[in-house]
Design a protein around this ligand. Structure first.
Ligand code: DGL
Length: 266
């Protein structure tokens, strides 16, 4: 397995697939000089319809690989893996673990109509994490929990704006709008790449909230002091790995990352 041998701090990031690249982008924006190793478990995506045990075992395997490769901080760039595996991963690891959850709290603070739509995987919506968020913050508002089977697969194929994607999203989102939702939570990191289509369906009056910025700020807490002036030599590097087919991943990773990248097999 590839390792980075620079003096820069190394952050390990993983997701069931390519969705976590939305989180990686947010962290990269905040932290230009750290090095990243990103693992997409695309060979086993989607996690959203799998058992908790399966996801825990995959997540455990992947974080071990990240730590062996030199990761000093782990970012779980996946709501589903966080919901079912974060406690086990924290018990397994000695390095800090940054995790994420659907942004229900800020969405509740933002809504004016008192109706919030939450788009996430089935496994996330059924989790104790979401039950806790609903009971803690959802008492005074109506939370509409909308599972979205099949959306992760569309993003894994890079099918972000096809007619099919638009039509499928319209079927998922329109009922939430019809019930008065003025705020939508993207509770899955893959869905962030569908935000332009969701926005075109929801219109400008609807707020769309996701958690990547919060995860980036949270990750900052674990970073050593960075150089105050960033030069081209001090820019951090990214290593992209997948458990799926690297050949197939190349195009989608490059599309989502916004620049050509090399993807290797784990
Ligand atoms: N990106 C993952 C999340 O945030 C997708 C889970 C899946 O593979 O279904 O939940």
């Amino acid at each position: 397995m590839t390792t980075l041998s620079s003096a820069a701090q190394v952050i390990g990031v993983f997701d069931s697939g390519v969705g976590g690249l939305s989180v990686l982008k947010a962290i990269r924006k905040e932290h230009p000089t750290v090095d990243f190793i990103y693992i997409a478990d695309s060979g086993h995506a989607p996690y959203g319809s799998r058992s908790a045990k399966f996801i825990q075992s995959r997540a455990s395997h992947i974080v071990s690989a990240l730590v062996s490769a030199g990761a000093e901080v782990i970012v779980i760039a996946c709501n589903t893996a966080t919901a079912v595996a974060v406690e086990k991963l924290r018990a397994q690891l000695t390095v800090p673990v940054v995790a994420m959850e659907p942004a229900i709290k800020p969405a509740v603070a933002h809504t004016k109509t008192g109706v919030v739509g939450v788009l996430a995987t089935e496994r996330t919506l059924e989790s104790l994490t979401v039950a806790r968020l609903c009971s803690e913050f959802g008492q005074s508002v109506k939370l509409l929990l909308q599972p979205c089977p099949g959306l992760v697969e569309l993003v894994e194929r890079g099918e972000l704006s096809s007619d099919f994607t638009y039509e499928y999203l319209r079927k998922l989102v329109s009922p939430l709008l019809d019930q008065g939702a003025d705020t939508l939570v993207l509770g899955c990191t893959h869905y962030v790449f569908l935000e332009p289509v969701i926005r075109s369906i929801a219109g400008p009056g609807v707020e769309i909230i996701e958690s990547s910025g919060a995860v980036a700020r949270q990750t900052m807490r674990y970073l050593r002091n960075e150089k105050s002036s960033v030069t081209s030599e001090s820019f951090g590097r990214e290593i992209f790995l997948t458990t799926g087919s690297p050949e197939n991943a190349q195009a989608v990773f490059s599309q989502l990352w916004g620049a050509p990248v090399e993807v290797r097999g784990l």
